[in-house]
Design a protein around this ligand. Structure first.
Ligand code: 0A1
Ligand code: ZN
Length: 880
């Protein structure tokens, strides 16, 4: 199956043979193609080496020091151009290629979207444009000239500053951009087309004036306003918290609807999926506004963590991504609702990254090998990578962490470095040893901690015994114990915080971070005058699973009183898990389902407590199926859905009055606030809306007439997209025709809005109605749907692949359907296809019948002769 497989290994890294002092690119845009002339000043590091460049574009000409090379002087094979003999000292190499952007559906390299041209070069797109050392440790100064038709391409952009421009014959014009900062090819960008611009400005703390420019389709211009404001907040925050200032006089963001990922941090010219730029109250939910602020921040923060200091090789991807995700998470948390944001991030990590770490694709934060780099833009590299950075912060404190950051920039500004360099900066700046911490980069799998405690009344001590186990993963069987920061506090039986003393410290404290770094360890808390309940892993201080033998009463105590908002939420999660487990048992033994009255009571008290509405909403989040089957094999997905649904149903019934009360309260808040703020996004209002929408979802499970109320009051209450979408989501699973009617109206009302239509397709793909597969098949024919647009594919097919009852339908229809479309998409966009393939990651852990059905489809994909290496790598790993 897998002949011709090329695996890249971290251990094989070799420094480049050549440096590029300057690169000068000229793009001539013609009707049917674009010519690229690439002139490089190349400096050999060592004499006598052949010059090997990466590339796959149509090659027209190679000129070395002014002399045109003839075919025997070079060779082309496997996307590499080898020039056998080059001078020993600096030489000029000029290569001309021809590109066909309208035919490029991979959305990598130079491609057309609408009538405009865009690039995407991370990680290895630049080789589709020209022949170059397409690796992040070759950094050069780029000058880019673009020549095009004035009417078709009035706007022509590239990185850095616009240094010159002019008119040409035949209604053509040219521009020249120069980026003064040396950068790798993956950060190169070019955009050309008809675009409107929304402008702003920012004065940096040293007084530099920065022009901020957001480019969109003309009709979308006003919708970039929120993103522009977010950018200003991000620029200010990076100065305030990280001491980092922007370095060019211009910062541009371009929105494009055909984009494989979220956004891209090209130097001075970020390119964004429209989803993370465009928003208005009528088209975007509060969650969309929050995501925009986060992604704008993320890409902006890359300017220092990614661009000024970049990665030596792609194995180090988390050096920039884990760190930048940590930075964007902190930015969002500093902006508003720290506690709720943290819980949200943990939830994503636990339901998705933990699953990745327990499946066929498990890999360390710094992978040791890959076949297709595009497959390694993963939750592990990004989200677990951010947790790893957060652990430095937890261990060193804000001040120590910032000292580490400063040393990192001092040592490595302008360089391409490794995760070890980052760790060394953190260690050296703080005079601590972080050698063992390196295991977080090299060992995959979610560490598991078994904990138990005992209280000694005579000695007034509480002892916490911890034992860690790192599960084997496909790449590694035996693992070493890791450094795990465990943040902890103690509560007495009334829920009050209890101060304690650790050995060797003089003062009493109410919270500490245990450095748990051996397989087994006991920590003793002194001066503890009474029995306590430990509040463990506060703030989710490490990306681990922790099991402590709490009684239900302990958990209810933590839920009612813990001052740490994560631990408090976690107590509710554990109670939900236990209730779920008893439902699962009852279903398996055909017993009546338990009612969970005590849990309902505890949740009712929590809802009635004086806490932030957004926090109330997250307390009502029941763990997802993926979290619930975290450590299970032979999974029957249907049973998980049933047992979880039954839990929701029973809680909703017994909490009906409280739920109604708070729903009405939220309605009232919303009505009142409307007089003050005209429905603009605001974190406080977003919290109320989030509670209201969550309560709607619970409400329809218990209150029969709520559906009718929603239908009847829809147009009156749907005053913004958060409400509109919230109501549709609440009734989306109902088999009633009214759901279809409302959804159809929604689709018609927003037919012209690309991003709202994504929501329409998500609702179809994620519905639990029995006719969902038919509705999805029909939606594929919808005029607003296109298989070539990744957002559409993710909305409809991606949501279907996460739709547990339908994707895992017992007759295999879900698997077959998805496989059909994976094969179709793989022909033109391997990146999007290989993401979809990962819906099959659960294969090995499924019950036998579904496993057989899945195997049939996986084998069908695997047998496809033209299958991309992206998809092949994943399928091969799943079927091992
Ligand atoms: N560096 C970007 C992510 C990104 C990666 C690959 C892309 O195309 C294949 C696009 C974007 C980020 O972290 O935002
Ligand atoms: Zn990033």
């Amino acid at each position: 199956m897998s002949e011709n497989k090329v695996v890249h290994y971290l251990k094989d890294y070799q420094a480049p043979d050549f440096a590029v002092a300057e690169i000068d690119l000229t793009y001539t845009i013609e009707e049917a193609y674009t010519l690229v002339r690439n002139r490089m000043m190349i400096v050999p590091h060592e004499v006598g080496r052949p010059c090997v460049l990466d590339g796959s574009a149509e090659l027209l000409q190679i000129v070395l020091n002014g002399k045109c090379l003839s075919p025997h002087e070079y060779a082309i094979a496997d996307e590499k151009l080898t020039i056998h003999t080059v001078p020993d000292t600096q030489f000029e190499l000029e290569i001309t290629t021809r590109l066909y952007p309208a035919q490029n559906k991979t959305l990598m390299g130079l491609y057309e979207s609408g009538d405009n041209l865009y690039t995407q070069n991370e990680p290895e797109g630049f080789r589709k444009i020209t022949y170059y050392f397409d690796r992040p440790d070759v950094m050069s100064q780029f000058t880019t000239t673009i020549i095009g038709d004035k009417r078709r391409y009035p706007v022509m952009l590239s990185n850095g500053n616009l240094i010159d421009s002019g008119e040409l014959d035949n209604d053509r014009h040219w521009v020249c951009w120069r980026d003064p900062f040396a950068k790798p090819s993956y950060l190169f960008a070019l955009v050309a087309g008809q675009l409107a611009v929304l402008e702003g400005n920012f004065t940096t703390r040293s007084g530099k004036e920065v022009a901020l420019k957001f480019y969109t389709r003309p009709e979308d211009r006003e919708k970039a306003g929120f993103a522009l404001e977010s950018l200003k907040h991000a620029m200010q925050w990076d100065e305030d918290r990280f001491n980092l200032e922007y370095d060019l006089n211009i910062f541009m963001v371009v929105a494009v609807s055909d984009f494989n990922m979220g956004a891209m941090e090209n130097k001075g010219l970020n390119i964004f999926n429209t989803k993370y730029v465009l928003a208005s109250n009528d088209t975007a939910t509060d969650a969309d506004f929050e995501a925009i602020e986060g992604v704008i921040g993320h890409e902006y923060f890359h300017n220092w963590t990614g661009n000024r200091v970049t990665c030596r090789d792609w194995f180090q991807l988390s050096l920039k991504e884990g760190l930048t995700v940590f930075r964007d998470q902190e930015f969002s948390a500093d902006r508003a609702s720290r506690a709720v944001r943290r819980i949200h991030n943990v939830r994503v990590l636990r339901s998705m990254q933990f699953a990745e770490d327990a499946g066929p694709m498990a890999h360390p934060v710094r992978p040791a090998s890959y076949e297709e780099m595009n497959n390694f833009y993963t939750l592990t590299v990004y989200e677990k990578g951010a947790e790893v950075v957060r652990m430095y912060h937890t261990l060193l404190g804000e001040e120590g962490f910032q000292k580490g950051m400063q040393l990192y920039f001092q040592r490595h500004d302008g360089q391409a470095v490794t995760c070890d360099d980052f760790r060394a900066a953190m260690a050296d700046a703080n005079g601590v040893n972080l050698d063992q911490f390196a295991l977080w980069y090299s060992q995959a799998g979610t560490p598991q901690i078994k904990a138990h405690g005992d209280y000694d009344a005579h000695n007034q001590t509480f002892s916490l015994h911890l034992r860690q186990f790192i599960p084997p993963t496909p790449d590694m069987a035996d693992k070493q114990p890791m450094v795990i920061p465990v943040k902890i506090g103690l509560l007495d039986k009334n829920g009050a915080s209890v101060a304690f003393k650790m050995a060797g410290t003089a003062d009493k404290t109410e919270e500490t971070v245990l450095v748990f770094n051996q397989t087994e360890q006991t920590f003793v808390f002194h001066d503890v005058a009474k029995e306590v309940v430990p509040s463990l892993l506060r703030g989710f201080s490490a990306p681990v699973r922790l099991d402590y033998p709490y009684s239900d009463a302990d958990l209810m105590l933590l839920l009612a009183h813990d001052s740490d908002s994560f631990a408090r939420w976690e107590a509710a999660q554990t109670l939900y898990r236990r209730a779920f487990a008893s439902n699962l048992d009852a279903l398996a033994s055909v017993q009546p389902l338990p009612q969970h009255a005590e849990l309902a009571q505890a949740l009712t008290s929590a809802l009635n407590a004086d806490i932030d509405p957004a926090y109330k909403a997250v307390l009502l989040q029941v763990p997802t199926e993926a979290e619930l089957w975290e450590d299970v094999s032979s999974i029957n997905p249907e049973q998980y859905v049933c047992a979880r649904q039954a839990l929701l149903q029973s809680l909703a019934s017994s909490m009906q009055d409280t739920l109604t009360h708070w729903r009405e309260w939220a309605d009232e808040q919303e009505r009142n606030s409307r007089h003050h703020a005209p429905q603009e996004y605001h974190p406080d209002l977003a919290g109320v809306r989030s509670l209201r929408n969550t309560l709607l979802q619970w409400g329809v499970l218990a209150t029969a007439d709520l559906l009718h109320n929603i239908v009847n009051e829809f147009s009156q209450r749907a005053t913004n997209m958060t409400h509109e979408y919230g109501m549709l989501a609440a009734i989306n699973h109902l088999s009633d025709d009214k759901r279809n009617d409302l959804l159809n109206q929604f689709g018609q009302r927003h037919a012209q809005d690309d991003l709202v239509m994504d929501k329409y397709f998500i609702l179809i793909g994620s519905s639990q109605r029995p006719d969902t597969l038919q509705q999805v098949e029909k939606a594929l024919q919808h005029p607003a749907f296109s298989l070539e647009n990744p957002n559409k594919v993710r909305s409809l097919l991606g949501s279907f692949s996460r739709n547990i009852p339908h994707f895992h339908a017992a007759d295999g229809s879900g698997y077959r359907f998805l496989a059909d479309y994976i094969l179709r998409i793989d022909e033109f966009n391997p990146q999007v296809a290989s993401r979809l393939v990962q819906a099959f990651n659960l294969y090995d852990r499924l019950e036998p019948q579904r496993k057989t059905l899945m195997a049939e489809q996986l084998q069908r994909i695997q047998k496809d002769e033209g299958l991309s290496k992206d998809s092949r790598e994943i399928v091969d790993k799943i079927l091992h």
